[in-house]
Design a protein around this ligand. Sequence first.
Ligand SMILES: NC(=O)c1ccc[n+]([C@@H]2O[C@H](COP(=O)([O-])OP(=O)(O)OC[C@H]3O[C@@H](n4cnc5c(N)ncnc54)[C@H](OP(=O)(O)O)[C@@H]3O)[C@@H](O)[C@H]2O)c1
Length: 249
Amino acid sequence: MQLGVIGVGHLAGALLGGLLRSGMAAGDIVLSPRGKGPQQAARDGHVLARDNADLVTRCDMVILSVRPGDAAGAVAGLPWRAGQIVLNACAGVPIAALDVGPATVVRIMPITAAELGASPTLVYPPEPRALDLLARLGAPVPLQGEAQFETATVSAAIYGWAQALIRGATDWSEAQGLDPETARQLVARTFVAAGRMIAEKDVPMDRLLADLVTPGGITEAGLKHLEAAGVPQAWDGACDVVRRKLSGS
Ligand SMILES: NC(=O)c1ccc[n+]([C@@H]2O[C@H](COP(=O)([O-])OP(=O)(O)OC[C@H]3O[C@@H](n4cnc5c(N)ncnc54)[C@H](OP(=O)(O)O)[C@@H]3O)[C@@H](O)[C@H]2O)c1
């Protein structure tokens, strides 16, 4: 299977890192010659296409990871054929916006943790060949339609907000005198631990949380402060903003 990448930028770098890490051969991946394509091909041994038409001719599956505004133009007029799959990673770009003739568009939404094999990549529709490829980057999350896909895509923004929270808590700890690397590892691994407990324990979330919030204790004191400061409402508001942006409204 030859896999092509149109749009070799930041996200593609993480996906390529994850694919190589999973054991995929560098020579089975063809890169578009724009952006970081030439650099990345020379460094890791990928094939560099002459242009996007050459790439589409050579490949069975193509990841589209250009900026959303460039997506329709990037795929138009290329020699697409039946049986090919276009993995559209562009946020807010619906299937109908891409004219790829007889090829099939599958929407995906990976996060950069793909580089570590830890991306819960969204997929719609759940095409088996797409699922097989994405399983190399973490556990894929199939969705039932594009509206659901758009809602689930908000999580890709939450991933960034979680990193911002980790950075903030690390900066605070450092300002209080903790060693910077200790603070970074402690806060980051605390977030990983919180996520793993919810993802892996078959216990209602309310109960998991209730077990942590001792009346009069430190967790309760901090939660009360966050609630009084309007943090839960602000968080919901931020999700609403992203969801509307993804629908173009
Ligand atoms: N960054 C993330 O973590 C992330 C996560 C999930 C989804 N996404 C989605 O992934 C897409 C790319 O994001 P990014 O952050 O990786 O952007 P980026 O770093 O700007 O990369 C986009 C690349 O696409 C290239 N490009 C533009 N038009 C092209 C064309 N016609 N043919 C070939 N290459 C072309 C650009 O080259 P030039 O520099 O020459 O213009 C650039 O190298 C976006 O649609 C975004 O919604 C990103």
